[in-house]
Write a protein that binds this ligand. Structure first.
Ligand code: HEC
Length: 149
């Protein structure tokens, strides 16, 4: 009886930990998706003419990117040791083996954002800003993001 209870408790605690880890993975993924919303759903679409140029939306997207990118180091502090259920991309275990190097990929994105902030006035300058920022996002993804499917 006692033994059964211990086993049951251990199982419950185990399930709790798994859920917490999934939560961490989801938070990390949500932060990336939020960045993608600013950079791809707003900025990239405008550079392609899929949506009309809108100065207010551009300024908001840049401000949101600035806020989100500042959260990467902290959001990726804990290794969830699992991927988001059904995710297309996951974090490589290398993130937590080389956390200092992973973190070193963040300031270049912030620098690219700072350099264009307040200077985007038309589609041409938006295109240049998109490339400058996206290249720095890719510098981290090349090493630390895994394609799962
Ligand atoms: C310091 C490293 C780093 C930087 C910088 C970074 N990312 Fe990521 N990104 C990751 C990792 C690791 C993953 C995979 C884990 C995840 O999805 O949370 C990822 C995943 C993603 C995904 C896939 C999400 C999904 O599951 O569909 C998108 C989209 C994305 N990042 C966009 C961006 C954009 C846009 C930027 C630049 C503004 C950026 N990232 C900057 C590390 C980074």
């Amino acid at each position: 009886m006692k033994r059964t209870m211990i086993v049951a408790t251990t199982l419950l605690l185990g399930a709790g930990a798994v859920m917490a880890q999934q939560e961490v993975a989801v938070q990390q993924d949500n932060l990336m998706r939020s960045q993608a919303k600013s950079l791809y759903t707003v900025i990239l679409k405008m550079t392609k003419g899929d949506i009309p140029y809108d100065q207010k939306a551009v300024d908001e997207a840049i401000a949101n990117l600035e806020t989100d990118v500042a959260k990467i180091a902290k959001t990726f502090e804990v290794n969830p040791k699992q991927d988001v259920v059904n995710a297309t991309y996951g974090a490589s275990p290398k993130v937590w083996k080389n956390k200092a190097d992973f973190n070193s990929k963040i300031p270049p994105v912030q620098k690219a954002i700072a350099e264009v902030k307040g200077k985007i006035t038309d589609v041409a300058s938006l295109k240049a800003a998109y490339t400058a920022i996206n290249d720095r996002c890719s510098d981290c993804h090349e090493t630390y993001r895994l394609k799962l499917k």
